[in-house]
Design a protein around this ligand. Structure first.
Ligand SMILES: NC(=O)c1ccc[n+]([C@@H]2O[C@H](COP(=O)([O-])OP(=O)(O)OC[C@H]3O[C@@H](n4cnc5c(N)ncnc54)[C@H](O)[C@@H]3O)[C@@H](O)[C@H]2O)c1
Length: 377
């Protein structure tokens, strides 16, 4: 296989600019074309980023493309990824891979039959902060992790996203939208999950958009917006995960992991950077010595201040994995397991019982400084 893969993008909305902007940082990727149901959206991005705008059919048929990135809305992920595989191309999807486990398994079967790869975001667990936490755990610095808590809670999405309706339909909700970041990071730290239980609810059956351009529009809520889940990992660790869009403010940390020798405080798994803190048995919480991980370097301004953003690293790792014939960190096996965890959480909420997972996966290989540098141009 050549040392560079031709990349096409389907779905030219909000997140696509991140992929267009950041893909050139990485080896092995050349973005050549894009498509969208909305022709103007594809044409606008094509002009902005100097690629070819095509119809979806033309893009699927484009011989220059080896991998197509699926940046459509969650409810379209399955049909679009299936069409990409049927067209004989590898897929890299935004999260969630699919909104049901059955769809994810169907993609797995098709990919296997076709000898193609499927990768999926999130790739934020490859960030400098999360890989530092991973190294600290792997070195045994907090002993064996036995438990932990994760909290991702806010008032919602309708105050910032230009078209927030999909977040509140089946396939949206905080567990399928933000859960992937937490679950991928927990798999990075602890490996696969064995069973889950959850209580789920929604504060309101409709929400009013306050962002432009749809300000004032009332949108239906058809999926739980408040989830309290318990996760038992195959290694015995037990984690509480609260994901909610019904909370105006709170004082919980994003992710805390408790080990037999100390505790680890992990920054927001939705981002690549941040400060990792830890304590030993002396209970003094201190920041870990920062390291020169390339995916922790601040490279972007945001309303909250400068941040590290290396989204597309997972796609680059998948491209290099195809070239080098190795396991991709954001692999189908791991992301399918993530879908199993999230959909089982929702099922537990509906059925009021523990749900055993039917899939499993391996922990991804750590991505140290050298491995991360090897992905960059
Ligand atoms: N916006 C973010 O900050 C963000 C961050 C991380 C991940 N994501 C994920 O990225 C995906 C896209 O999110 P977004 O915010 O860019 O959404 P968006 O609504 O802004 O854009 C989605 C685009 O996909 C197109 N589309 C929808 N169905 C399609 C189909 N069947 N075929 C072709 N095109 C289709 C739409 O026309 C639209 O242009 C979601 O899965 C979301 O979870 C978004």
């Amino acid at each position: 296989m050549s040392r560079e893969l031709g990349v096409g993008i389907i779905g030219c909305g909000n997140i696509s600019t991140t992929y267009f902007k950041l893909a050139p940082l990485f080896k092995g990727l050349k973005v050549l074309a894009c498509a969208d149901l909305n022709k103007e959206a594809a044409e606008m991005r094509a002009e902005e980023y100097d690629v070819k705008a095509q119809s979806i059919a033309e893009l699927l048929d484009n011989d220059e493309l080896d991998v197509i990135v699926n940046l459509t809305i969650p409810a379209a992920h399955f049909s679009v990824s299936r069409a990409i595989l049927e067209a004989g191309k590898h897929v890299y999807s935004e999260k969630p891979l699919t909104i049901t486990l059955e769809e994810g398994k169907a993609l797995q079967k098709l990919a296997k039959e076709k000898g193609l790869s499927v990768g999926c975001a999130p790739d934020t667990f490859l960030g400098g902060a999360h890989q530092l936490a991973r190294k600290y755990i792997d070195e045994g610095s907090v002993g064996r992790i036995t438990s932990g808590t994760c909290h991702v809670m806010s008032p919602g999405m309708e105050m910032w996203h230009p078209n927030p309706g999909f977040f509140f339909l089946e396939g949206g909700g905080p567990i399928l939208d933000l859960g992937p970041y937490y679950i991928a990071n927990l798999i990075n730290f602890l490996g696969p999950v064995k069973r889950v239980a959850a209580l789920t609810s929604m504060a309101n059956k409709t929400r009013t958009v306050t962002s432009e351009p749809l300000k004032g529009q009332v949108i239906p809520v058809e999926t739980p917006t408040n989830i309290h889940a318990l996760l038992e990992f195959a290694n015995g660790a037990t984690i509480t995960l609260s994901a909610s869009w019904d909370v105006w403010s709170h004082r919980h940390a994003n992710m805390e992991l408790y080990g037999t020798e100390g505790s680890l405080f992990v920054p927001d798994p939705n981002f690549f950077g941040g400060v990792v803190e830890a304590s030993g048995r002396n209970k003094t919480i201190e920041p870990l010595e920062p390291w020169d991980h390339p995916f922790g370097i601040l490279n972007q301004e945001s309303p909250q201040g400068p941040r590290a953003n290396y989204r597309t690293a997972g796609l680059a790792d998948m491209a290099m994995a195809l070239i080098e014939r190795r396991d991709a960190r954001c692999s189908l096996e791991r992301t399918l397991h993530g879908v199993d965890v999230m959909t089982s959480i929702l099922k537990s909420g509906e059925e009021h019982r523990f749900v055993e997972l039917t899939t499993t996966c391996t922990q991804p290989a750590a991505l140290g400084i050298d491995e991360a540098l090897a992905l960059l141009r």
